[in-house]
Design a protein around this ligand. Structure first.
Ligand SMILES: Cc1cc2nc3c(=O)[nH]c(=O)nc-3n(C[C@H](O)[C@H](O)[C@H](O)COP(=O)(O)OP(=O)(O)OC[C@H]3O[C@@H](n4cnc5c(N)ncnc54)[C@H](O)[C@@H]3O)c2cc1C
Ligand code: FES
Length: 339
């Protein structure tokens, strides 16, 4: 498993209880990533390993150095450490960039971003990519925050609204002014916007309740699921192992970084858990089917997933599976995806 070390080049206050951490590769080795992706950092506190993912707010080709923005979570182990104790010059350890919250190839198509709180982080990276690199003609951003001071990247976004007049619109709702996005308000806002021309694509990132509300509204408005991209920061619930899987042990052959490995996986262990239990280090972060860090390509055999909140139809058609919530139904051959 590839491990990357990054030096903290700078830390700056971004908003109430949130800092931006600017990263520089050690030894000048370029960090490869796409806007909207995330890094999974590894921390060791008192002998216990913690993995936490943080999305890039930076955009390759636009920002000189990569950066992530971290919001304090009350009693959160890692966010509190990063905000209260991390210093410039410290070295962080992480897995290679991962994630499928991407613009992909579209450019001229209208793009609508809906975010709340720290959900702005990957959205900011994607908006810069759409405007500065992909010549997007129409980008709409709807944000929900507690108050003005809690808005991530506020002055940069205000500058972008002036710079991209007619192409970038930003609607900022503040709970402190009793403006809270709900089903009725979201559909009213979208309905009142000028004709889209081409169908817009939606990108959602925020707390679980906010995401559910937005997805429900968009579906009610007739937006197809494949037009809704989402990034979940929080795993609320991991379903139990499916009962109907064949419970005999299965052989999993895994190709990763040019090496062939094999191990046995047996219900009720997931493929990821079986590998870890046998000393095979596979990448993972949320362990709940939400982030995509553990995705692998299944080239032979059948995997049953108990949940999938991240792979799209076209990923599934290519054979991608999530090993953290995947159970071997037959002997398997898996390849770790490189990006
Ligand atoms: C793909 C992905 C990208 C992410 N990107 C970012 C990012 O760009 N910026 C960022 O600040 N965070 C991001 N997160 C969330 C981040 O990984 C951590 O979960 C978060 O910082 C909390 O970790 P912690 O160790 O401080 O809290 P923990 O010690 O893990 O949790 C403490 C308590 O808070 C709850 N909790 C955990 N996370 C949240 C949350 N986000 N909101 C509310 N309650 C929570 C937990 O259920 C627990 O009860 C991302 C998560 C994922 C999966
Ligand atoms: S580790 Fe997050 S989806 Fe598997």
């Amino acid at each position: 498993m590839n491990i990357i070390k990054l030096r903290v080049a700078a830390i700056r206050e971004e908003a109430t209880d949130a800092v931006t951490i600017v990263l520089e590769p050690l030894d000048g080795v370029e960090l490869r990533y796409k806007a909207g992706q995330f890094l999974t950092f590894l921390f060791l506190f008192q002998g216990h390993e913690y993995r936490r993912s943080y999305s890039f707010a930076s955009t390759p080709g636009v920002d000189p150095l990569p950066f992530v923005t971290v919001k304090r979570v009350t009693n959160g182990v890692v966010s509190r450490y990063l905000i209260d104790h991390l210093q410039a010059g410290d070295v962080l350890t992480c897995l290679p960039a991962a994630g499928k919250f991407l613009l992909e190839e579209e450019s001229l198509r209208p793009l609508v971003f809906v975010s709340a709180g720290s959900g702005m982080t990957p959205v900011y990276g994607l908006i810069k990519e759409a405007l500065y690199k992909k010549n997007a003609q129409r980008v709409v951003l709807i944000t929900q925050n507690r108050d003005r001071e809690s808005i991530f990247f506020r002055s940069a976004l205000e500058g972008m609204v002036s710079e991209w007049q007619g192409r970038f619109e930003w609607f900022s709702l503040l709970s402190s002014s009793a403006r809270r996005l709900n089903n009725a308000l979201l559909s009213e806002m979208l309905d009142s916007m000028p004709e889209w021309g081409e169908r817009p694509r939606f990108f959602l990132c925020g707390p679980p309740g906010f995401m559910r509300m937005a997805i429900f509204t968009l579906r009610l408005m007739g937006v197809a699921d494949e037009e809704i991209r989402r990034e979940n920061f929080v795993v609320e619930y991991v379903p139990p192992p499916p009962a109907a899987v064949d419970k005999e042990p299965k052989e999993v052959v895994l190709y990763a970084e040019g090496r062939r490995m094999s191990f046995m996986a047996q219900w009720p262990s997931t493929i990821l858990q079986a590998a870890l239990d046998q000393g095979i280090m596979l990448p993972y972060s949320c362990k709940g089917g939400r982030c995509g860090s553990c995705a692998a390509k299944c080239v032979k055999g059948m995997v049953r997933m108990s949940i999938n909140e991240v792979l799209m139809e076209k990923d599934l058609e290519q054979g991608l599976v999530l090993t953290c919530v995947g159970y071997a139904e037959t002997d398997l051959e898996l390849r770790l995806s490189e990006d």
